[in-house]
Write a protein that binds this ligand. Structure first.
Ligand SMILES: C[S@@+](CC[C@H](N)C(=O)[O-])C[C@H]1O[C@@H](n2cnc3c(N)ncnc32)[C@H](O)[C@@H]1O
Length: 247
């Protein structure tokens, strides 16, 4: 079973959205498990303090290295085998390739930062991999942890409903996904592209590929540059074949 452990000062936020839809069903079905661990349980004072003022002065508070280290050691000792991630806006941006690699492993331990962040020494001492979900600043790491876990869980074998899901999705081969259409045939005067109702699977595939390339070129020149350079890597192991029912 794929296991996610989250270290947070707000354990009640979990499972949150991870308890619904694909992830919730998969958890109920025993495909993965989630443990939200209260960082305050590892404090030693009667106030259950987990933070203190920043050395050198300045605003805000910093999560203490000693309290966090105790929590990490209890949740994921060195023999655990799961990567230890720290949500952080200065971390490496999360990508679908990293998600697929994490999904192919035994699970994740995710530390949720709060306040100004985390004492640098525990990041080094416990070998935390800093992961960002985008170039903006959240109030805390809980939403970032949910994003990361959701992205991993939907790739676990048996989570996505029908055949063929991950393989043609955005980022799976370095391209954004092609546009989708469904009934009605005409919506406010706009028709479904005729190729899609032609029944010619070869032409449909070619149209989708061309649209995926057009959208990527127009919207994500960064991805397009990598794609056209031939540098986009092979799909990471663990990415299952295609297509989801509700997620
Ligand atoms: C208010 S933020 C701290 C921001 C930090 N002082 C800075 O300027 O980089 C509190 C916590 O939210 C989480 N967080 C905020 N933005 C994030 C992002 N883009 N990706 C991942 N985690 C984020 C991190 O765990 C962070 O420690």
């Amino acid at each position: 079973m794929w296991r996610a452990s989250v270290i947070t000062i707000f354990p009640d936020m979990f499972p949150g959205p991870l308890g619904a839809s694909l992830a919730g069903k998969a958890r109920a079905g025993g495909i993965w498990d989630l443990a939200a661990v209260d960082l305050r349980d590892f404090a030693t004072d009667r106030h259950r303090s987990v933070d203190d003022t920043p050395a050198g002065g300045g605003p805000g508070m910093v999560l203490r290295a000693d309290v966090l280290a105790r929590a990490i050691d209890a949740v994921a000792p060195d023999t655990d085998g799961r990567p230890r991630l720290l949500t952080s806006p200065r971390g490496k941006p999360l990508t679908q390739a990293r998600v697929a690699a994490l999904a192919a492993g035994p699970g994740v331990v995710v530390v949720c930062g709060r306040f100004e962040g985390v004492d640098e020494r525990v990041i080094a001492a416990r070998n935390l991999e800093e992961v960002s979900i985008g170039d903006y600043v959240l109030s805390g790491g809980e939403l970032a942890a949910m994003v990361l876990i959701d992205a991993c869980v939907r790739l676990l074998p048996g989570v996505m409903g029908k055949e063929a899901s991950g393989a043609e999705e955005s980022f799976s081969d370095g391209l954004l996904e092609y546009p989708h259409y469904t009934r009605p045939q005409i919506f406010e005067g706009r028709d479904i592209p005729s190729i899609l109702v032609s029944g010619d699977h070869g032409r449909v595939a070619a149209w989708r590929r061309a649209e995926a390339e057009r959208l990527t070129r127009e919207r994500r020149p960064d991805l397009w540059a990598v794609h056209t350079s031939g540098m986009h890597g092979a799909q990471a192991p663990g990415t299952p074949p295609k297509k989801a029912t509700d997620g």
